[in-house]
Design a binder for this molecule. Sequence first.
Ligand code: ZN
Length: 178
Amino acid sequence: MNHSAWYNVPAWVRYNFTMPLSRMTCPACGADLAYDSHQAEKGPDGKEMCPYLGRPYSKLRAAHDLIYFGKWRKMDATTTDIRRAYHQIGRHLKAIGEVLGTKDLPAARRDLGKAVEAFQAGDPEGESPDSLRFMDHALSYAHTAIDDLLHEEGLPPHDPMEFSKWYDAVEVPFKEEW
Ligand SMILES: [Zn+2]
């Protein structure tokens, strides 16, 4: 896998939602979702179903995707968006670390280690002009660590694009480049 490429690839796709979107925070996995209530799948109780429902590591996936589809990666991101994303990445890495703490997965630990390294180098309060790139790398390595966890259980890797319509991103990264 090639990690030298920017995780934030410049190929974009545009989504047209019929506004307004409904919002919900999933009580099970904490996913913060925006959706078109006419299109969302409904459960037996008539309520919209969280797309992460029944997926292993749903909390980690939801946290990853919230950052992945966050405003900080947009051209018009503000300093506040970037600072918020940085703290979200920090919490995300900590959550992955807690899961990994219960497992013997050297590859996943190594990937998390790389994520932490990039995270520390990418502090937007610091002097680095490459802060965004480091944050992007941190998120990319976090994704790899989640995939390591899934792989251990014989499951396919996590694909954020599968969940993209649940985030109110006007522009979202089209595809990751590994
Ligand atoms: Zn959920």
